[in-house]
Write a protein that binds this ligand. Sequence first.
Ligand code: MG
Ligand code: MG
Ligand code: MG
Length: 307
Amino acid sequence: MENKTLIFGHKNPDTDSICSSIVYQMLNEKKGKETKAVRLGNINKETQYVLNYLNIEAPELIEKVEEGQEVILIDHNEFNQSSEGIDKAKILEVIDHHKIANFETSEPLYYTAKPYGCTSTILYEEFKKLNQPINKQEATLMASAIISDTLLLKSPTTTQYDEKALEELGKIAEIDVNTYGLEMLKAGTDLDDFTAEELINLDAKDLNKNSDKFVIAQVNTVSIEDVLKREEELKQAINKQISSKGLSLFVLAITDILNSNSEIIALGEKANIIKSAFGKELENDKAFLEGVVSRKKQLLPNINENI
Ligand code: MG
Ligand code: MG
Ligand code: MG
């Protein structure tokens, strides 16, 4: 078992999960607490852009946590999005901006939940609360996470707190937020090296309601058309996962980060709920959802209500 308390974000980690974990380790260090940021999966290309920009290493990859391991959960709380063994770990703390579900502990804990656009915005406020100065590296990490989660403040998940945090963090980081942000987001849209199977798992969340298990996956792009060149291959990979995981629905959102729209591919026995969820009939298992970019605020609530 690892002596230090481990800090990690969700499986299929995104920029918020990685950057917020690193920043929280740094903040703990300032408070005199030794912790260790780790990760539960591969670094995506968007996050790699940030790590390269700062010339810092990715946190260590872990496969599972041992019984009794002290952990801090970042950017998630649901056990099915967390590490293997999480139900037997000792969760000291959660810092998150998602709905709370599939979560239970046997002991009291610190739990910080705010309905902001990004975990790093919560961390930014922690620095303020503790009167801790934010250095350039920390600012760049937090700004990157906010840009990623809010798609440069364009997602409907964006709050005034994210706007305020990003404005100040951008100054400390000495970046032009729009230029840097677009470069970073674009780095994440380079999907050529991935197999269809990898692509549908890049940013996938396992969800459930009653007896229905479903997945909502998302990929960012600057050209939906480009991604759809691989439509048949993607559908095959999705269908394979539907049977192996026993899913009633798999939704892949292909999100155009420049125009803030998504094309979805929906497969599974419950695919017909897309009509009631979004008022759009599926055509060839696809639907174009105008103005839809957020899984948390748009895709998930509508699907959850109708499944
Ligand atoms: Mg996340
Ligand atoms: Mg997040
Ligand atoms: Mg995300």
